[in-house]
Design a protein around this ligand. Sequence first.
Ligand code: DCP
Ligand code: CA
Ligand code: CA
Length: 390
Amino acid sequence: MDKIQNRASRFQNSLNGRPRGIPFLSRVIGHVDLDYFYAQVEEVENPSLRGRPIIVCVFSGRTEDSGVVSTANYKAREFGVHSGMPIVQAKKKLEGHDPEVIRMNHEKYEAVSNRIMEELGELVDVLEPTGIDEAFFDITNSTGGDYSRARGLAESIKTAITKSENLTCSIGIGRSKVVAKLGSDTSKPGGLTVISPEATESFLAPLDASKLYGVGPKTTLILEEMGIRTVGELAKSSPPELERRFGRKFGGYLLAAATGTDADSVVAGLEPTQFSRIVTLRRDTSDPKEVTEQLSAGIKYIHGKLASSGKSFKTVTAIGILTDMSTKTKSKTFETAVSDLTMTGETVSALFDELSRTAGKEFRRAGVRVSSLEDVEDQTSLSEFLRPAR
Ligand code: DCP
Ligand code: CA
Ligand code: CA
């Protein structure tokens, strides 16, 4: 309960955090959630799996099959399999349906997630990642509060993720975080739900109150005792009664959530852990010079990101996606962090030299990633220096 109450209080506190001058109703907030994330990443890596039930599993190692399902694709869900289900039980449900059982590879999913978050960060005003496969975003400024422009932007986000990673996602757009989250939930998989301020009340009213963010089984039970089942009923319930049952903060949050007036703002996400850029080559090639040349804008872009975030890097990776869509990478790690543009370009070029010798196929797409980021110390002292004297 504590966790939820903390969250509720954050929602309340942020009432004060809303930028002044932006009327509440004109906020445009989004929530993006990747569909059957771990399983979809596996599907993209191995397209021959499409159409078959897939379960991505965490094996505990005690017995051969002990462990749980981390996630399942929608085909497997048709047979009643879901996240958290014991592997043994999932296998039973999928018997005779040719399931693919895959060991969870967190690093792989995290790398995909990092690339997507970075890409999303470029497309929205403020991005707040809230999990490996989801994020809130604010696009009030870039859309001028216009919900039809918001729809266009959301569509281009979906297209961008499909183009770069071949993954589908679900997006909800609304005037608050709660509304946006409900929007992405109800458009799963692959959909887009835009809930304009005017449509908010009628969108929320029929939904089960248990669908609201922060409303778990305990709260649902109490609400049922109060004769409240839907969000609409919750919105019309008596505020003093809610306060009496749930306390001032959480009661207040429930009412705000039910009316789509929760005021929590989107807060820019965590520190970046890497920067990357991938491009589709103008033609398939195995010439490392050609590849490096077409990556030069990408390398400059990465340097811009490093400079603006005050970071240098220790590891640089050349990424080659071959004509059979397999990915080959080659990295170099420096002993001390660097941020020199020429040096990065030369290293990337050398790495692609090596990659092209061992790849065996032509490159279709190519990319660069810098990771193991460190703060540029000089930069800190520079900003100290530039700070006006007090
Ligand atoms: N996950 C997990 N264990 C859980 C729930 C989730 O390991 N009990 C992992 C696997 C999921 C990822 O987190 O792929 C994202 O979780 P989601 O709840 O967003 O579920 P999915 O993305 O798998 O499916 P959906 O299409 O419903 O979003
Ligand atoms: Ca998901
Ligand atoms: Ca999720």
